[in-house]
Design a protein. Structure first.
Length: 119
């Protein structure tokens, strides 16, 4: 079993089997990661792996549509596309606070080419 800590949800910590999908763990255990589609189309489940990024699987092509190379360097992933093989701590910006980050959209185009090379 692995340990998942949802920092933004008051540090709630749960256990899950290895190779668990981060969003599914959040849904099952009421971790609180925001989501809409659950399939990599919308980017709503964007989160940051604060500790344990080495315990996540490879970046998926769908993540490259929503996250830049800089985002990945900072530990950002999409929960619906991320599978865990060890302990992680995750945080996210609540949906109510995300409007201020809309200007990031233009920066995404810059990071996509290098992201595609990475997957």
């Amino acid at each position: 079993m692995i340990k998942v800590t949802f920092i933004t949800n008051n540090g709630k910590t749960v256990q899950a089997p290895e190779n668990s999908n981060l969003l599914r763990v959040s849904l099952r255990e009421q971790g609180g990661i925001p989501f809409k589609c659950g399939g990599g189309l919308c980017g709503t489940c964007r989160c940051r792996i604060e500790n344990g990024i080495e315990n996540t699987d490879a970046i998926k092509p769908k993540e490259c549509k929503h996250l830049t190379e800089e985002d990945f360097r900072q530990g950002h992933r999409m929960a619906c596309q991320t599978f865990l093989n060890g302990d992680v701590s995750v945080s996210w910006i609540p949906l109510s606070e995300r409007g201020a980050n809309a200007s990031r959209d233009s920066a995404k185009e810059i990071g996509r080419a290098s992201c595609r090379e990475r997957v």
